[in-house]
Design a protein around this ligand. Structure first.
Ligand SMILES: *[C@@H]1O[C@H](CO)[C@@H](O)[C@H](O)[C@H]1NC(C)=O
Ligand SMILES: *[C@@H]1O[C@H](CO)[C@@H](O)[C@H](O)[C@H]1NC(C)=O
Ligand SMILES: *[C@@H]1O[C@H](CO)[C@@H](O)[C@H](O)[C@H]1NC(C)=O
Ligand SMILES: *[C@@H]1O[C@H](CO)[C@@H](O)[C@H](O)[C@H]1NC(C)=O
Ligand SMILES: *[C@@H]1O[C@H](CO)[C@@H](O)[C@H](O)[C@H]1NC(C)=O
Ligand SMILES: *[C@@H]1O[C@H](CO)[C@@H](O)[C@H](O)[C@H]1NC(C)=O
Length: 341
């Protein structure tokens, strides 16, 4: 299993490498998906009100499709203070009173930041640390922020990995925000933490998963012959941020999703998608011998490929209005079943 996984990871990494090297073009990604206009990420300015309102729309869209259990949005209006003439801001997350065991699907810090001083650039590099004591801190995230000289601006940081224990350990938690290239101070006006959480292990109760009903083509790995596995559905998690197009920042949720892929052998009589693929495999069997005599390529066998796909609910910044969010259903984003076709 380890080796198989390594091969898959390697293949996927190589694909990403190709994507970057030959630059299939950031400009093409959204257009290839038929999504039209590209968002201008430097102008994104989505308020907390817009976020909470549209996130409810997104979660209810997820609830209405046959998918896994859907999390709840919880929002904390958190304390913050800045030290005058300092590039540092402190964000204080007080211990919270949410009861029960919580599992975080994703977490985000949303800040309204004051206009930057005219002597400072509008494009700033900001780093966030978790702070444990006067000296101890741990790096969380670094981001380029596009601020303004004359208007306040909303910005976000990913906190998914940090807030799991803040929520469950019920402790006070402090974040330190540092502007790397500001001369003056960076002033936070408002701060919110938004988290999508499951209560009391609800995430594991995946009774209505689209993958449960179609388990029959999911791969079952065993210790031995995994490299010669017959056509089946493999797991593949796609994280939008890792695709490295700056425009991915305009996708608010999901941050990553289970896309799956199809791979494996298609021996005679195995998992046909259509009557056509059954015939093609028979033709291949006979043509193989003739082709060999004539030194030409034989008619190919059927290939392992997706036979059922599922859509994905997406919430992203409206490319026509940078202060609004839209909820969309992107078709054919996840493989649920594979067959030889
Ligand atoms: C961002 O939105 C806020 C309101 O939510 C507004 O006050 C501010 O002027 C906007 N900033 C920019 C740069 O558009
Ligand atoms: C948690 O605290 C908030 C405000 O501090 C309060 O409105 C809410 O009722 C509290 N919830 C519980 C379950 O105690
Ligand atoms: C802010 O400054 C930009 C140019 O730097 C200008 O286009 C815009 O109108 C100004 N906005 C306000 C609200 O003053
Ligand atoms: C694929 O992922 C699902 C859930 O996302 C999990 O239940 C399953 O065990 C995984 N399959 C393999 C072969 O790793
Ligand atoms: C093959 O064709 C027959 C006759 O039309 C049909 O009953 C059967 O469902 C088809 N099989 C597949 C896999 O499409
Ligand atoms: C964007 O949406 C906001 C809120 O609905 C609206 O006030 C604003 O005029 C819109 N801007 C553009 C450029 O359409």
């Amino acid at each position: 299993m380890g080796y198989q996984f390594f091969l898959e990871t390697a293949a996927w990494t190589f694909f990403l490498f190709l994507l970057q090297t030959f630059s299939l073009g950031a400009g093409n990604f959204f257009q290839d998906l038929g999504l039209g206009a590209l968002p201008d990420i430097a102008k994104i300015n989505v308020s907390q009100d817009e976020y909470s309102q549209m996130m409810e729309v997104y979660l209810s869209a997820r609830r209405s499709s046959p998918t896994n259990h859907v999390p709840h949005l919880v929002t904390f209006d958190v304390g913050h203070h800045f030290l005058d003439n300092s590039r540092r801001n402190m964000i204080d997350l007080e211990s919270n009173n949410l009861s029960g065991e919580l599992e975080v699907e994703s977490g985000e810090l949303k800040l309204l930041i004051d206009p930057v001083q005219v002597t400072d650039p509008e494009v700033v590099q900001v780093r966030i640390y978790e702070k444990f004591g006067p000296k101890q801190r741990q790096f969380v995230d670094e981001k380029t922020l596009y601020l303004s000289h004359n208007q306040t601006k909303w910005c976000e940081f990913d906190l998914t990995n940090s807030i799991q224990w803040w929520l469950n350990d019920k402790i006070n938690f402090r974040l330190e925000l540092i502007c790397l290239n500001c001369k003056g101070s960076l002033r936070v006006r408002e701060a919110f933490v938004n988290a999508l959480v499951f209560r009391d292990g609800m995430r594991k109760k995946r009774s209505v998963s689209p993958f449960d009903q179609t388990r029959r083509t999911d791969c079952r790995y065993s210790s031995g012959n995994n490299n010669r596995m017959k056509c089946c559905r493999h797991n593949m998690t796609v994280t939008f941020k890792d695709l490295r197009f700056p425009e991915m920042a305009s996708i608010v949720q999901p941050k990553s999703y289970e896309a799956g892929y199809c791979q494996g052998r298609c021996p005679p009589n195995y998992n046909y998608a259509t009557n056509h693929s059954r015939i093609q495999t028979l033709v291949h069997q006979m043509d193989k011998k003739i082709a060999k005599q004539l030194s030409r390529r034989a008619i190919p066998k059927a290939c392992c490929s997706p036979s059922k796909l599922a859509p994905l609910e997406i919430i992203r910044v409206d490319p026509y209005n940078n202060s609004k969010l839209i909820v969309e259903k992107w078709e054919n984003m996840q493989v649920t079943e594979c067959a030889c076709s």
